[in-house]
Design a protein around this ligand. Structure first.
Ligand SMILES: C[S@@+](CC[C@H](N)C(=O)[O-])C[C@H]1O[C@@H](n2cnc3c(N)ncnc32)[C@H](O)[C@@H]1O
Length: 226
């Protein structure tokens, strides 16, 4: 899979590619991530990429031309282009699963006041990572990348994410490690019983209970496409 991240601030994203699971996935060739500074596609003086809003008001708006030039340069027949945008569909694990099956995605990070509205005619979708506003699309792009890359075959063991929260609209079951007792709090007996059928049944039951207790809304199983 190939992921291109269009940003004016490559340094924000750079470090994320050089640590832990994401770093190993790139080194193993399971994913290629390119950070592209779209300022270089500006043909204006000083590589200007933004301008004041028509109609007045505060903040600078990202112009269409450099972004569209970058998208058209990077896009191939497999590519899907997504704006990082608080007005987009709220991102969920089900979207990560869908996107992880694509061959090439281009994530476009906004900044300042956001994008010229007309950019919407040049993209396939818009992704929001939640109902709050960040200064730029870099953190959302990293969140989306991370959620996709960990699902790619060979990146982490399949059994370490198949019961993760949001898989099958359930939260994860409770997990414990050593010591068996910590400040009077004990590991449930079933987990040290060695009886794997019982352990699996307990985990299934706990996933349901956990979801009912914390996120009853998930049991409805809604899904919106990006
Ligand atoms: C300050 S925001 C612009 C917000 C825009 N004026 C609005 O109210 O919808 C600048 C950029 O940060 C990114 N961004 C901010 N919050 C986001 C979120 N919750 N999800 C995805 N991207 C976000 C987008 O790329 C956006 O263009």
């Amino acid at each position: 899979m190939r992921i291109d991240i269009l940003t004016l601030f490559p340094n924000i994203v750079e470090g994320f590619l050089h640590e832990s699971i994401i770093k190993r996935a790139i080194e193993k060739g399971l994913v290629e991530v390119n950070i592209v500074d779209f300022r270089k596609y500006s043909t204006l003086n000083n590589h200007q990429v933004d301008d004041t809003p028509y109609g007045g008001g505060g903040g600078m708006v990202l112009r269409c031309e450099p972004l569209v030039a970058a998208i058209e340069d990077l896009k191939d027949e497999d590519a899907k282009v997504f704006l990082m945008c608080p007005q987009g569909i709220p991102y969920k694990e089900s979207h990560a699963i869908e996107l992880s099956k694509l061959k090439h995605i281009i994530l476009v990070c906004g900044h300042y006041e956001g994008f010229d509205e007309r950019i919407r005619s040049f993209v396939d979708g818009e992704i929001s990572i939640g109902d709050y506003v960040l200064t730029g699309g870099e953190i959302p792009a990293m969140a989306v990348c991370d959620s996709i890359i960990r699902l790619l075959p060979g990146v982490i063991k399949e059994n370490s994410y198949e019961n993760d929260s949001f898989m099958n609209n359930l939260l994860d079951y409770p997990t414990y490690t050593k010591p068996q007792e910590f400040r009077g709090l004990k590991v449930p007996d079933v987990l040290i019983s060695g009886d794997h059928a019982k352990i699996n049944a307990w985990r299934e039951k706990e996933r349901l209970l956990n979801t009912e207790k914390r996120r009853k809304d998930l049991l409805g199983g809604n899904h919106d496409g990006v």
